[in-house]
Design a protein around this ligand. Structure first.
Ligand SMILES: Cc1cc2nc3c(=O)[nH]c(=O)nc-3n(C[C@H](O)[C@H](O)[C@H](O)COP(=O)(O)OP(=O)(O)OC[C@H]3O[C@@H](n4cnc5c(N)ncnc54)[C@H](O)[C@@H]3O)c2cc1C
Length: 445
């Protein structure tokens, strides 16, 4: 019996979709838009036992399996090649428990992030992981990519909010360590090894996430600044005076295309969204204005105002207006980020005159995003663009991915950020945990 027939016999036709049943259910691509192929079959297990059964069958048949969450990834990590089987976690969803004493939530991997956030809030807690794709991305995908997002400056990435993990290895073995404790030094940290491994080491099935008290006195402002030196001065002042929960920088090109003129009639060289907790925003902004760090500032008077500011930042370039976008998410030493932007913009303009580049990022945690509009996205031009962005980031001491991960799109550039020895260690770990190489082959390494 082949792998698909054995899967159907073991799990049933509701769980194993093939042929015409894939239409409208299976996806060709994650949000990077780079996937082309439908999977050979789509598995939709509803229990951890079914994930385990599916993987043990695939392992015996040496059948490649691609774990899929909400498909909002931007690195091509959840895309299938012809002949791959997709394993969707969508049916393994729901918040199992909120433990108010431990300050922890037990959640299944297929739960949409926003659903988990809402459940935490209803119980009087904050689930601090937050990103623009919150309405579609899943907790398992967030863990597999070690997602960053909007509140890293205050609460850290997913890893810093992950207390316990359950995952299924390539051969079907369930590794369950659903710890609710802050301190746990019991041997190798498998939880943090699997977090960020992009579905190449194990399939995440459940997690224990850390909850925080709901923040009080959240205030939001959008500031206009004339120089990057002023951006750095504002960040230094904010770190001294307020409890920062977001510090999001938009260069003029991005701010304008995302509707910044709705906030400032004259587009400033830099716009920064500052979000604080604890009610100290206005005196802080007064100082920033008095010291000439900020040239103008709007303080949100309501949630709707704050939403309007965030809409520009999350703004999402209207897809109809800018359909052909290449994305970059880099980490750079904060002091050098604007030097990088200037050099990168100039090199792109010289090499690819039809391209338009837009820069923004979670600069408070050293993360720069670039969106480049490149009509038609011709392969040779995309490669030229990658070389410009990644050579420059290597030369300035940064890394090729801050939060979206490596997937397929950055695989050839991983060596710009990791040494030969590190890559060999990663390959050894992969071979030890997935000796048949069935989990998300061709991704990351
Ligand atoms: C509008 C928008 C805004 C975004 N903003 C941010 C941001 O601020 N910060 C950020 O970090 N990312 C951001 N992203 C990228 C993306 O949302 C994150 O990478 C997210 O964590 C992916 O989750 P997902 O469930 O959609 O995963 P998918 O796209 O389905 O998969 C991503 C990777 O994880 C693997 N995977 C998925 N589920 C599992 C599982 N259960 N077990 C093992 N492996 C699994 C896949 O194989 C793949 O390699 C954004 C994306 C969009 C579209």
């Amino acid at each position: 019996m082949d792998a698909v027939s054995e899967l159907q016999a073991a799990l049933g036709p509701q769980t194993v979709l093939t042929g015409a049943a894939l239409a409208g259910v299976a996806q060709r691509s994650d949000a990077s838009g780079t996937g082309r192929d439908l999977p050979l079959a789509l598995l939709r297990p509803g229990s951890v036992a079914d994930v385990s059964t599916a993987l043990s069958i695939c392992h015996r048949h040496r059948q490649p399996v691609v774990p899929q969450g909400g498909m909002t990834g931007l690195a091509g990590g959840a895309n299938c090649r012809p002949g791959d089987i997709a394993l969707s976690l969508a049916r393994l969803q729901g918040v199992e428990e909120i433990d108010p004493v431990a300050g922890a939530m037990v959640v299944r991997a297929g739960t949409v992030l926003e659903t988990a956030q809402n459940a935490a809030e209803a119980a009087g807690f904050l689930l601090p992981v937050d990103l623009g794709a919150r309405g579609s991305c899943q907790i398992g995908g967030n863990i597999a990519t070690n997602a960053g997002g909007l509140r890293v400056i205050r609460y850290g990435t997913v890893r810093e909010n992950l207390l316990g993990l359950e995952a299924v290895q390539a051969d079907g073995t369930v590794l369950s360590h659903l710890s609710r404790m802050q301190k746990d030094n019991t041997g190798y940290d498998l939880r943090n090894l699997i977090a960020g491994s992009e579905g190449t080491l194990a399939v995440v099935t459940r997690a224990v996430l850390r909850l925080r008290p709901l923040p009080e006195g959240i205030e939001t402002a959008v500031c206009a600044l004339d120089s990057y030196a002023a951006v750095l001065a504002l960040m230094a002042l904010a770190r001294k005076r307020v409890m920062l929960s977001a510090f999001e920088v938009m260069w003029a090109d991005y701010f304008e295309v995302c509707g910044g003129r709705r906030l400032f009639a004259d587009i400033p060289p830099f716009a920064v969204i500052v979000e604080t907790e604890g009610g100290q925003l206005e005196p802080f902004l007064e100082t920033a204005l008095e010291e000439g760090i900020v040239s103008d500032a709007l303080v949100a008077q309501s949630r709707a105002d704050a939403r309007r500011f965030w809409e520009v930042r999350e703004g999402a370039l209207p897809e109809a207006q800018l359909p052909d976008i290449a994305n970059f998410d880099l980490s750079l030493p904060v002091a050098l980020t604007d030097d990088y932007v200037r050099a990168c913009r100039a090199r792109i303009a010289a090499a690819l005159p039809s391209a338009r580049s837009f820069f923004f990022g979670h600069v408070g945690d050293s993360n720069l995003h670039i969106m480049v509009e490149l009509p038609g996205l011709p392969e040779a031009d995309v490669h030229a663009l990658d070389r410009i962005a990644y050579d420059l980031v290597r030369d300035m001491g940064g890394v090729v991915s801050a939060e979206h991960g490596i997937g397929t799109l950055k695989r050839d550039w991983l060596g710009h950020s990791r040494s030969t020895g590190e890559l060999a260690a990663m390959r050894a770990i992969k071979a030890a945990l997935d000796p048949a190489g069935i989990l998300n082959p061709g991704k990351v390494l």
